[in-house]
Design a protein around this ligand. Sequence first.
Ligand SMILES: Cc1cc2nc3c(=O)[nH]c(=O)nc-3n(C[C@H](O)[C@H](O)[C@H](O)COP(=O)(O)OP(=O)(O)OC[C@H]3O[C@@H](n4cnc5c(N)ncnc54)[C@H](O)[C@@H]3O)c2cc1C
Length: 461
Amino acid sequence: MAEFDVDLFVIGGGSGGVRAARIAAGYGARVMIAEEYRMGGTCVIRGCVPKKLLVMASHVHQEIEDAAGFGWTIPPATFDWPTLIANKDKEIARLEAAYTTNVEKSGARIVKTRAVLEDAHTVRLGTGEVVRAKMVLIATGGAPNHGAAIPGIEHVISSNEAFHLAALPRRILIQGGGYIALEFAGIFAGLGSDVTVVYRGDNILRGFDEDVRSHLRGEMEKAGITILTGCTVTKVDKHGREFTSHLSSGPSIASDQVMFAIGRHPNVRGLGLEKAGVAINPHNGGITVDGFSRTSVPNIYAIGDVTHRVNLTPVAIREGHAFADTQFGKRSVEVDHADIPTAVFSQPEVGTVGLTEAEARAQFSHVDIYKASFRPMKATMSGRDTRVLMKLVVDGTSGRVVGCHIVGDGAAEMVQVVAIAVRMKATKADFDATMALHPTAAEELVTMRTPTARYVREAAE
Ligand SMILES: Cc1cc2nc3c(=O)[nH]c(=O)nc-3n(C[C@H](O)[C@H](O)[C@H](O)COP(=O)(O)OP(=O)(O)OC[C@H]3O[C@@H](n4cnc5c(N)ncnc54)[C@H](O)[C@@H]3O)c2cc1C
């Protein structure tokens, strides 16, 4: 009898787990992958994909409003939430089936059940079956935090439930200032809800460039979203179908739904990590790993959100692929987590790569800032009160562009491409030497000639 039933057991059929399972099976490994909910994981089932579909849906009202300036007369439009949700669910089911087929085609075996560790080589399935694995990959992702157990917390939904509401709420209160909170604020506002965002910090989007934070806040407020900062929800009451959220700053707000998007925690609970001896990072609650996703146990690896490194789908996929290449493909690959482009699909959109101005000023003695804020061409005809922000952060000594931050339509698409230049260490002179593509918003990135600010740190005596 073989010592092990499989070469690799993957726990979690999300972005990272699926990629690792497929690539490892492609190298000839005997792979089993367990998924307790739906194949595809957070991104496909209740994250990036359904979120972007709802963002697109919510944008349509802007297009309709803007049409008048271009000569169109459109009869009063109506919107039907159940149709949107049903169509979104159909697309998600299609993707889930495609993920399942692709994994099966690779030769990996899917088990649709929960899996936990009994020891470093033994996995117990929800069915009671026990599998002996030479190597284990933990790719269990993360889950929404609800925060402190305030009175009435049972009335509060997370992004998971927001995707399946029976009706569009007329009024919604969203607590949180990160990308998920702001994306849902834009979705609900765009579809016609009255939206209030409550955030405990002094401004939304902590960790992003300060200009991005203030620009986005201003744009969201212009679009009619109420943003209350410096306070938290301390209690939620329910009266019939209405909720009252009491704020630490005094007032209370009535709404038809209350949603919290105040962060996510790695899915480590009940996995049997202590039995197997897998160490947790005390700083972030994720599984401790090195650059090759190795845990504290030699045959156990972890990738994606469960490691709480950079919680993004392409990162989980890259980590899963690198793991499979290194362990089964005889090709040692370490993932580089520098200069990862990221977007907030708020309205308007945010795209960012590299360092913020504050980070660059802490790192470099000489920093040049190039910044432009302008009315996009479309707004000149539609009359919409909106402005685009573009900002380049440059290391003044080497001339290298170390950060790019955009707020405006198409920001995510632009930043994906700029990220190549940033990774290739392009300089501001390279940007300047690139011919503009006219008329676009992106041409501003290669036509900002004069720094709007220049910071020089005096050398220490
Ligand atoms: C609302 C929302 C929007 C997002 N938008 C974006 C975006 O626009 N762009 C982006 O890059 N990222 C986005 N993300 C983040 C992205 O979804 C995650 O970074 C990504 O899914 C992480 O992949 P993963 O493989 O680590 O985990 P996941 O995709 O979470 O997969 C983990 C899987 O493991 C399963 N599982 C857990 N425990 C067990 C167990 N014991 N046994 C069996 N199965 C188990 C879970 O059911 C899940 O399917 C978003 C997330 C959310 C919540």
